[in-house]
Design a protein around this ligand. Structure first.
Ligand SMILES: CC(C)=CCNc1ncnc2c1ncn2[C@@H]1O[C@H](COP(=O)(O)O)[C@@H](O)[C@H]1O
Ligand SMILES: [Zn+2]
Length: 348
């Protein structure tokens, strides 16, 4: 951790809806994987961006390549996923949607199928161990890989949605936003939606994606990652904003990620404020807590201190996130009850 987070934010029950598995790996876990693979000559400081540091988007995506080199077997994925889930739980996250791109690695025998199975195994193991968190999984499409891989990923996600006892709930579209075009992925995303997978799409993470965003908003997605350049003040348009509002599509907002990745110039200029002022459902998330050296408590505290939110405002924000989860209604009701039960303790 970079700086102390107030106890209120730690104790606040939280919902995390935008967390990439391999971007969420902590320093401690990275050290463990590095010690398993000394021959790679990778140092811990190559996988995280510290306090006050910034990187270009391109440099950030290089970091994921390094982490992928380190995390390349079923054994690694099981450890990484288990650690990440336990860390979110220790930070007061009560419900987590993890997302990850299935990969295959010939040299370790990892297949896309065993990749997903291993993440599911980690989720189940944490449940058995009594970790106080409910976890669901979104299978991710890396936009760089194009139409065919996207379609193959949707098929896998559908298979697991039907066989994972409700743990696989949806699909994520992510990857370097400057590569590829959403129109090539539209048929796969449409198919996913038709078969009942929920969709969370990274949209307008960089400027100049209006056309793609406009197209993909017609699906419509169930949630939007970032949406940094949707509104007219930053080169988006009123018609994009109207589409998002008309369909009431929640936004997943990641302050530190956007500032460190330099798509947003400073915390006070973050688009959280624009959407919050509109009363539009906005969920504070971490994106990549390992890479950006943060956690969800810290992100809530940052939002509060930057935009002058009271503890009561922050409570409402974390509570409203419950309505944006992809798990079915009984989980929503369970979480709402948990928030009611916990409130006296948090405001003591
Ligand atoms: C560069 C930057 C500012 C990152 C934050 N914004 C992001 N935008 C799009 N895709 C992302 C971002 N962060 C993580 N990802 C995706 O998540 C992957 C890492 O997690 P995983 O291997 O899917 O488990 C990356 O390879 C990338 O495909
Ligand atoms: Zn993301």
């Amino acid at each position: 951790m970079e700086s102390e987070t107030d106890i209120f934010y730690k104790e606040l029950p939280k919902v995390e809806l935008h967390a990439h598995l391999n971007g969420s790996v902590s320093v401690q876990t990275i050290e463990k994987v590095i010690s398993r693979k000394p021959h790679l000559n990778i140092e811990q400081n190559m996988t995280a961006i510290g306090k006050g540091q910034r990187r270009t988007l391109d440099e950030c995506f290089q970091v994921f390549k390094v982490i992928h080199q380190l995390v390349d077997s079923e054994e690694d994925i099981l450890m990484v996923a288990t650690d990440v889930i336990k860390e979110f739980a220790a930070d007061g996250v009560k419900y987590l949607e993890l997302r990850s791109t299935p990969r295959e690695e010939t040299k370790t025998g990892l297949t896309k199928k065993s990749y997903i199975e291993t993440v599911i195994k980690a989720i189940q193991q944490c449940k058995i161990d009594g970790v106080d968190i409910d976890v669901r999984f979104l299978v991710a499409i890396d936009r760089r890989n194009g139409t065919e891989v996207a379609m193959e990923t949707v098929k896998l996600a559908e298979e697991f949605m039907l066989s994972s006892d409700g743990l696989v709930v949806g699909l994520d579209l992510s990857g370097d936003p400057t590569v590829g075009h959403g129109k090539d992925l539209l048929p796969a995303l449409q198919k996913a939606k038709n078969c009942g997978l929920k969709l969370s799409l990274h949209l307008s993470e960089v400027p100049t994606q209006q056309e793609e965003t406009d197209l993909l908003l017609n699906l419509p997605p169930d949630r939007i990652g970032h949406g940094t350049f949707l509104h007219p003040e930053v080169g988006g348009s009123q018609s994009l904003v109207d589409k998002v509002r008309k369909n009431n599509i929640p936004l997943e907002l990641c302050l530190t990620s956007n500032v460190k990745g330099q798509t947003v110039p400073s915390y006070s200029k973050h688009h959280f404020n624009y959407w919050y002022q509109l009363g539009h459902p906005s969920v504070i998330c971490t994106d990549d807590k390992g890479v950006f050296s943060t956690d969800l408590s810290q992100e809530y505290q940052l939002a509060a201190s930057t935009f002058g939110l009271s503890h009561e405002d922050v409570w409402k924000l974390s509570q409203q996130a419950i309505d944006c989860i992809f798990a079915p209604d009984d989980m929503i009701q369970q979480l709402k009850q948990k928030w009611v039960d916990m409130k006296p303790q948090v405001f003591k």
